[in-house]
Design a protein around this ligand. Structure first.
Ligand SMILES: O=C(O)C(=O)C[C@]1(C(=O)O)C=C[C@@H](O)C=C1
Length: 117
């Protein structure tokens, strides 16, 4: 593997053509950004889960989800991303968030704090 200072170091074999190597480096950077964005989103939704449990609000809010879906579908269309995929991706994430909210509410109901520490 060759290295250039300041340039993304790929773990691709040397025989991979430069254009493909470069495209893969971009993909790797985008995937890293997605991981960081998702980590921040889940950090935020954990706090929402605690607030909801404290306020005895249900874990899911279908009206809010409908608004999120409509907004994300429009954004996806503008951006040239398949809106069906955007909706599926949001649902995948939100379903996981709801499971976390349920766990937080259950832990609280059992006198077990907030799962935050
Ligand atoms: O906004 C909320 O009430 C949340 O709990 C966050 C969130 C989300 O992850 O975007 C998750 C569950 C709700 O059904 C709606 C939205």
């Amino acid at each position: 593997m060759t290295t250039t200072p300041g340039i993304h170091r790929s773990n691709e074999p040397d025989e991979v053509p430069a254009a493909l190597r470069s495209a893969r480096a971009t993909i790797d950077n985008i995937d890293a950004a997605l991981v960081h964005l998702l980590a921040e989103r889940f950090r935020c939704t954990q706090q929402v889960g605690v607030m909801k449990a404290e306020m005895h609000l249900p874990p899911s809010d279908p009206d809010r989800e409908d608004r999120q879906v409509a907004r994300l579908r429009a954004l996806a269309e503008e951006a040239g991303l398949d809106p069906v995929f955007a909706e599926k991706f949001l649902k995948f994430i939100v379903d996981e968030v709801i499971r976390h909210h349920e766990d937080i509410a259950e832990a609280r109901a059992n006198g077990g704090g907030t799962l935050q520490s």
